[in-house]
Design a protein around this ligand. Structure first.
Ligand code: NAD
Length: 295
């Protein structure tokens, strides 16, 4: 297998995941350019600048050293797409909406280098459907790369191929993710929410339904499902806040849209409390409030 040299990576989407994936990459000395929508407020206060600032405030911060933030190049899709041409890897991490991702792929396709790998960090949308909009020459180099939140600390990365992904591309990506990023890879089939989220979301929903039935507080449930159980993760409700309730709702919708014959299907409803918090803009950590008032 020829060695895949990753000198520069474009991360599309400077949200919860994109910003932290960028941070992890600069921590391991890979050059990064982080993209998001153009800033309404002007370049200095744009989405990417805010995301990079936010990285320093997260506890624990995903930035190894404070100066690493300065190494994250900032760009938007309207003015800076040329910068994609010298990227060896493009990781798409925009919101979990198939239509938005497809629009973006059409926009970036003319700027993708002939050798570059393009990979989506989707939580569980069909990688095969995402590939459909790409030109034939990019399809063999497109796949899913599913990091877990927080990406600096979570070991697992799922890699997902489509029928048109070249096997060598997945091998090259696996080698980069394990050797350079220090992660463990599971190769997953292109099924709704792949493996970990398919199981994980079912567990979270069942826990939320039961907690509501028995009137349990978020703290008690988080103790029972998190640290006091000996798990490294922070329990059901705090995890939902870290993930983002809007993202969680999108991930639930993927199950609703695709698994109508699944025996668990009736339990895939978005819990009323999640819908209510979303309506109030309490999307979790990224909004400063979610299940917990301050997250
Ligand atoms: P987020 O809401 O925090 O950030 C999404 C970013 O996408 C925002 O910065 C937004 O400005 C940008 N964006 C929105 N619409 C866009 C458009 N039309 N074109 C271009 N950019 C647009 O979301 P996130 O939690 O970072 O999730 C990003 C992706 O990673 C999703 O596919 C999600 O399912 C996946 N993911 C999320 C988690 C998690 O725990 N949050 C974990 C693993 C994978």
């Amino acid at each position: 297998m020829s060695r895949f040299q990753v000198r520069k990576v474009a991360v599309l989407g400077a949200g919860v995941m994109g910003a932290q994936i960028a941070a992890h990459l600069v921590n391991v000395k890979v050059q990064v350019v982080l993209f998001d929508l153009p800033a309404k407020e002007g370049p200095k206060n744009g989405i990417v600048a805010k995301a990079v600032d936010g990285l320093k405030k997260l506890k624990p911060s995903p930035l190894g050293i404070a100066e690493d933030a300065a190494l994250i190049g900032q760009a938007n899709y309207e003015e800076h797409l040329e910068q994609l041409r010298d990227c060896d890897l493009i990781i798409e991490a925009i919101a979990e909406r198939m239509d938005w991702k497809l629009d973006l792929y059409k926009k970036i396709a003319p700027f993708v280098a002939p050798h570059a790998i393009v990979a989506s960090n989707t939580s569980g949308l069909s990688i095969t459907k995402l590939a459909e909009v790409l030109p034939e020459e990019i399809k063999p180099r497109f796949c899913g790369i599913h990091f877990f939140n927080p990406p600096r600390y979570m070991y697992l990365v799922e890699l997902i191929n489509t029928p048109t992904t070249q096997p060598q591309v997945l091998d090259q990506l696996e080698s980069f993710v394990t050797s350079s990023l220090g992660k463990g890879v599971v190769r997953a089939h292109d099924t709704p929410n792949f493996v970990a989220n398919r199981v994980g979301i079912a567990g979270m929903l069942a826990t939320m339904i039961e907690a509501d039935k028995y009137g349990l507080s978020y703290d008690v449930v988080d103790d029972l499902t998190g640290k006091k159980l000996g798990r490294a993760s922070s329990g059901t409700f705090r995890t939902a806040d870290v993930v983002g309730l809007d993202t969680m709702a999108h991930v639930i919708k993927t199950l609703q849209d695709n698994l109508k014959d699944d025996p668990f299907y009736p339990s895939y409803a978005t819990p009323a409390v999640v819908a209510k918090l979303m309506e109030a803009g309490a999307l979790g950590q990224k909004a400063g409030a979610g299940f917990y008032k301050k997250v």
